[in-house]
Design a protein around this ligand. Structure first.
Ligand code: NI
Length: 254
């Protein structure tokens, strides 16, 4: 009963074997998958996947890399997609100052606009934050009514504490299995189990022992094993708790 709360199965790297891979993930116990988009085109692709597979859900939004594509029609276009009941979040949205594919001011404006949209639609958000902790927190604090997940959490334990106090969830993926994972392990040690979400971010960020290869939801097992070890928990219990957390945040019943 795994819930992969962050995937990108529309990515072209899955073109040769998408259906086969998704079906095998389900057969191997991945019973829920949420695909997150990066622009309007991938948002539509996420919705199509959610329509095709009963166990798939979608998040729609503009990633900071694609913030420059966001225009005055975008909120309306996203709202239309949100009419589909399988769309459970606005995401992934946020700031990325590491790559800086869009100007900082553009990223901040587009992030803010999408936080407004989430507030208006009463949907959770999925945040991408890379090397932009200060500005990201500044915007998040301005929306006390909006909550959600910091995906692939990379901030400090101190920042995690503030987010947890505000009711946010933290997403953990392949990075926890890497040798240089000291910082994220420190966060996991202090994060209550009822706020942990499991994610692959596939096709990116494959965990050890598959690091460097294309990622998919079947690798969630390695991530769960590592987190269970850190938390001193049974893997099964961790997996069930994390799936329940995801269902609760994204309002998925059954
Ligand atoms: Ni992602």
């Amino acid at each position: 009963m795994y819930f992969d709360t962050h995937a990108h199965y529309y990515d072209e790297s899955f073109d040769p074997d998408r259906d086969e891979t998704i079906k095998d993930c389900y057969a191997k116990g991945i019973s829920m998958i949420l695909n997150a988009s990066s622009n309007l085109e991938s948002a539509k692709a996420c919705v199509d996947l959610a329509d095709k597979y009963p166990f798939m859900y979608a998040a729609v939004g503009f990633h900071p890399h694609d913030a420059k594509e966001f225009n005055e029609d975008s909120p309306e276009q996203l709202m239309k997609l949100c009419k589909n009941p399988k769309v459970r979040a606005i995401g992934e949205i946020g700031l990325d100052y590491y790559y800086g594919h869009s100007e900082k001011d553009v990223q901040k404006r587009v992030f803010t606009k999408q936080m407004e949209l989430a507030r208006h639609l009463n949907l959770p958000v999925i945040i991408h934050n890379r090397d932009a902790h200060f500005d990201c927190m500044d915007i998040v604090r301005r929306f006390p009514e909006v909550s959600g997940e910091f995906h692939c959490y990379s901030g400090s334990a101190e920042m995690a504490k503030e987010l947890l106090d505000m009711g946010w969830y933290l997403g953990f993926g392949g990075v926890v299995t890497f040798k240089n994972a000291r910082k994220v392990i420190e966060v996991l040690e202090m994060c209550p189990t009822d706020r942990i979400l499991l994610e692959t971010d596939c096709p990116y960020l494959s965990p050890v022992p598959n690091r460097g290869k294309r990622n998919d939801s079947r690798n969630l097992l390695y991530i769960a094993e590592k987190i269970a070890e850190i938390k001193g928990m049974d893997v099964k219990e961790l997996v069930l708790t994390a799936a329940e957390n995801g269902r609760s945040l994204f309002g998925i019943k059954g």
